[in-house]
Design a protein around this ligand. Sequence first.
Ligand code: CA
Length: 219
Amino acid sequence: MRLLLVEDDKMLVEDLVPELRQAGYAVDLATDGQEALFLGETESYDLVVLDLGLPVMNGLEILRKWRAGGIKAPVLILTARDSWREKVDGLKAGADDYLTKPFYSEELLARLQALLRRSHDRVATQLHAEGMLLDEEHQQILLDDGSSLPLTGTEFRLLRYFMMNPGKPLSKTRLTEHVYEQDFDRDSNLIEVYVRRLREKIGNSRIETRRGQGYVFKG
Ligand code: CA
């Protein structure tokens, strides 16, 4: 899952980026409004965490422009404490959730998980496929026989994206966009390598290759 963090507070960014990466997100950072607006319009994000008070352009203005432009990514806004007005304005501008500063990162991560579930029409809190479960907290696969298979960071991000989109053909380009960060040298051939590794772990039949379309995960 690819996440855009829009935040100009350096201290907060230093704490938050490693925690978000640890939690399995590919994280892009924007520290001013203009950069945020541009990234949101040009890249495909699964989630956005948006601070409202930003240099150049404030978060509400950015959010209104994104929504007017048809950008649907779920957005969680970070608001100042005791500012009920900011929350109302943010939700009206198209935010999906909000969190008041200061906050615990556990709460942010739990809210982001909930937003992802909702944006993929999921009710279950865990990602299942036949005979297996993705343990998102520990980034491993749990099999029905009780055994577990560890995943590397990239394997985890890729498998999570597959399991969130079962039955849909996913092109290598799309997978690359949702699994890697912006600065990463995005060679879509790498996806083939990681698909091969996942197949070795979970079995060839779970990920089907469709000529000209990409891959389909069998839920
Ligand atoms: Ca700020």
